[in-house]
Ligand binder design. Structure first.
Ligand code: PMP
Length: 476
């Protein structure tokens, strides 16, 4: 008796899922033997294993789709497997896949030109671009430039800041947890409270919150006994303030609009450089090429990484004002990595810059942001545990709280994250996953950083899945 075609198809699908499960289990056993866990962030006991990606979706070994609302911590801003960027990398592989960085290649020069022009357009400043391979390494390069320019090795950074985990970057990253096993960080930054209005005495009054937070920094310069400033010599002990214009890992916190302008003025008045870390919020995440553009402030140094290549090949860098980074001031060998301006990374980044210059992203992102925010606010009316919903562009935040809407609820946030990854959420009878990222001081904030190409239908689907994940998590 022959088996009907539909049943044959069903059986072969079931067989292929079973064999992919066996393959996955085998790989997991090897991983437990040979992989260090020190280079990863293990959020779950059994991290998911994926085999394919496209647009806004990741696909697991069995082919199940996961709608991604965090896009590799805001790295894949133009969508997974973006054909334009992929093709640029493939062309580079076929022409000049390798080249020592002491030589020149066209893509490096054109990319530096496009970034320099973008900063000029955004901030009216002339400067140069300097490459490296990862966010933390670019932060290190910025640190060296500040030290060389100012002769000072102490820095200001924010409570809740994340600037990377190399030794130098760890000294600017607020969490002691990241430093405590690694000895002395004598030049650890002085951490100033980030203007986080929702968790301040003025949660619903941004102007009062701005005043409150700016005063915390201002008072450092009131007299010599705050330890920041010598009024006689008129010199600060601090070389620079490292700033995330919207705080990323700290909780996707949007500051009150006037805060950074006032902070930058204080820095200027006391000879402290303003370093703008755009690693997570740059490349149109917030609706503008550089997040700092929202705040009418000019940076001295700007750091970029992650989305500059859409996550294809590691490439990062700094832009700095000409007077700081001219060859006479910051000569050859000041910093270097073998891979620093690698050909595939620069080719991918050049294509990213071209894509961004050809389409008007700002109004598109603003429209998508408005739709997402509206849907999230609707959900908030149903789930009072969504204590705070806010965002800038497509950097959105949902604080998960107790039912009172204010007390941080880390456990529920974790359950929501797990429900997205582990529970089979079902759309039209098909299982689906939802990729979320949990950030924030109490690890209770859902950071939403979707592809900038996310469609309206995908935004609606995302909110439907989020609703299901929250409902399941509350009932667990
Ligand atoms: N700065 C910021 C603002 C970041 O968000 C990150 C990474 N999350 C870094 C620096 C470090 O970048 P990387 O992980 O590429 O070293």
């Amino acid at each position: 008796m022959s088996i009907p075609l539909a049943e044959q198809k069903k059986n072969s699908k079931a067989q292929s899922i079973a064999s992919s499960r066996i393959k996955e289990e085998r790989l997991r056993l090897i991983e437990q033997e040979v992989c260090s866990y020190g280079d990863t962030v293990h959020y779950t006991q059994n991290p998911k294993m994926f085999s394919r990606c496209q647009g806004s979706y990741l696909y697991d070994m069995a082919g199940k789709p996961y709608l991604d609302l965090q896009m590799w911590y805001s790295t894949v801003n133009l969508g997974y497997a973006n054909p334009r960027i992929n093709d640029a990398a493939k062309r580079q592989i076929d022409t000049l896949p390798q080249l020592a960085c002491q030589y020149l290649h066209q893509e490096k020069i054109e990319l530096a030109q496009m970034i320099a022009e973008s900063v000029k357009k955004s901030f009216g400043l002339k400067g140069r671009v300097h490459f490296n391979v990862g966010g933390a390494q670019a932060v290190e390069d910025a640190l060296k430039l500040v030290r060389k320019t100012t002769g000072r090795s102490r820095m200001f950074a924010f409570e809740g800041s994340y600037h990377g985990r190399t030794l130098g970057a760890s000294s600017l990253t607020a969490s002691y947890r990241y430093r405590e096993a690694f000895g002395s960080f004598a030049d650890r930054a002085e951490f100033i409270p980030y203007p986080y209005a929702f968790r301040s005495p003025y949660p619903h009054n941004l102007e009062a919150a701005e005043e409150y937070f700016i005063h915390q920094f201002e008072r450092k310069f009131e007299h010599e006994c705050t330890g920041a400033w010598d009024p006689k010599a008129k010199r600060s002990e601090f070389g620079a303030f490292f700033v995330e214009p919207v705080q990323g890992t700290g909780g996707y916190i949007v500051p009150p609009r006037g805060y950074f302008k006032r902070l930058a003025k204080i820095c200027r008045d006391y000879g402290i450089l303003f370093v703008d870390d755009e690693v997570q919020m740059g490349v149109f995440r917030t609706g503008k090429m550089w997040a700092l553009e929202h705040f009418d402030v000019q940076p001295d140094i700007l750091i970029f990484a992650k989305a500059i290549t859409n996550g294809l090949n590691p490439l990062s860098g700094i832009w700095a004002r000409e007077e700081l980074i001219s060859p006479a001031k910051f000569g050859p060998g000041s910093t270097h990595s073998t891979y620093s301006s690698n050909t595939i990374g620069t080719a991918a980044a050049l294509e990213v810059m071209k894509v961004l210059s050809e389409k008007k992203y700002e109004p598109i992102i603003n429209a998508k942001s408005a739709r997402f925010m509206q849907r999230l606010k609707e959900l908030q009316r149903k789930h009072h545990e969504m204590g705070h919903v806010d965002g800038l562009g497509l950097a959105l935040r949902v604080e998960i709280c107790e039912e009172d809407g204010i007390t941080p609820n880390r456990d529920l946030a974790n359950k929501i994250f797990t429900a997205g990854m582990e529970e089979n959420l079902e759309i039209d009878g098909r299982p689906m996953g939802l990729v979320l990222n949990i950030v924030g001081y109490h690890k209770h904030v859902i950071a939403i950083a979707p592809s900038l190409e996310i469609t309206d239908d995908e935004i609606d689907l995302a909110c439907k899945l989020l609703d299901m994940a929250i409902t399941r998590a509350k009932n667990l």
